[in-house]
Design a protein around this ligand. Structure first.
Ligand code: ADP
Ligand code: MG
Length: 272
């Protein structure tokens, strides 16, 4: 094939949005003749590469849309450092089955034990599996619900928050939620109940949620729906941040870590 026909073919491929193949075509043709590929094997390779590129693009787009605070993977999580986490439970979560089933996940434990890291890691897997995912902090979520309520567009906001197949709500319990916020939060949980998966992280044990939401009745109603189909991962361990500080010689082992973290969560790993 002449250089100009090759270029024209590449241009035509680009107009068909076969970007990756268009770029790689001269190399692919050369490889195919070197390896004496059959016509069908050549086309198969061609299609596989374009599909791979397409998957990469959708994963990238879903990841961007998710608005993660950082990108940390499950592969970079050191399970040996946190033995209270069963790796097989996280592995199961990484398959995304809980998302397909619209089940919930609660990651509980004191600050620094890796809740947000795990939430993001699971979220990245969800994006790679093609699930629309959204990450939000509990504080930002309640603020946006209250704003929508005050501006008379709560319904629209709730509909929007039901869309993602996985909603990750990070940091329940760091800031108290006022009455209206708690009420709207409950409405969101009810809307998503058995329709869309929620992954929540909290530094408070579930027994402390009455205080977080400022109302035991609302907290119980929220937990009732969340826990119906859920996996609870209760992390009891040391802060990873603290370990890094210690390693840098900034702290001694006997120095207590006081930042208001709660300990003694009473619920163990359980799956229903
Ligand atoms: P939490 O949300 O529980 O407060 P983070 O997930 O923010 O904690 O973790 C704090 C920091 O420590 C992050 O940079 C995170 O990537 C890292 N980290 C925590 N636990 C681990 C771990 N077991 N392996 C690797 N990095 C970890
Ligand atoms: Mg966190």
């Amino acid at each position: 094939m002449s250089a100009t026909s090759m270029e024209r073919l590449q241009e035509q491929m680009r107009s068909l949005k076969l970007q990756r193949i268009a770029d790689e075509l001269p190399m692919l043709v050369q490889e195919a003749s070197k390896r004496e590929l059959s016509y069908t094997d050549f086309v198969a390779e061609f299609v596989a590469r374009e599909l791979g590129a397409k998957l990469e693009r959708t994963t990238q787009m879903k990841t961007q849309m998710a608005r993660f605070p950082f990108q940390k993977t499950l592969e970079s999580f050191d399970f040996k450092f946190q033995p209270s986490i069963e790796a097989k439970v996280i592995k199961e979560l990484s398959t995304g089955r809980f998302i397909a089933d619209a089940d919930n996940v609660l990651l509980l434990g004191p600050p620094g034990v890796g809740k947000t890291h795990l939430a993001v890691g699971i979220g990245l897997k969800a994006c790679a599996a093609g699930y629309r995912t959204q990450f939000v902090t509990a504080a930002a979520l309640t603020a946006s619900l209250v704003r929508a309520h005050n501006e008379n567009r709560l319904e629209e906001k709730l509909k929007q928050l039901v869309q993602p197949r996985l909603l990750i709500i990070d940091e329940i319990g760091y800031l108290p939620i006022e009455r209206l916020g708690a009420n709207l939060f409950f409405q969101l949980i009810s809307r998503r109940y058995e329709k869309g998966a929620i992954l929540l992280t909290s530094n408070q044990s579930l027994a402390g949620w009455g205080q977080v939401f400022g109302d035991q009745v609302i907290a119980t109603a929220i937990l009732d729906r969340l826990l119906h189909h859920s996996t609870i991962v209760n992390i009891k361990g040391e802060s990873y941040r603290l370990k890094e500080k210690r390693r840098a010689g900034l702290l001694t082992r006997s120095e207590p870590y006081t930042d208001g973290s709660s300990s003694g969560n009473s619920i163990g790993n359980q799956e229903e």
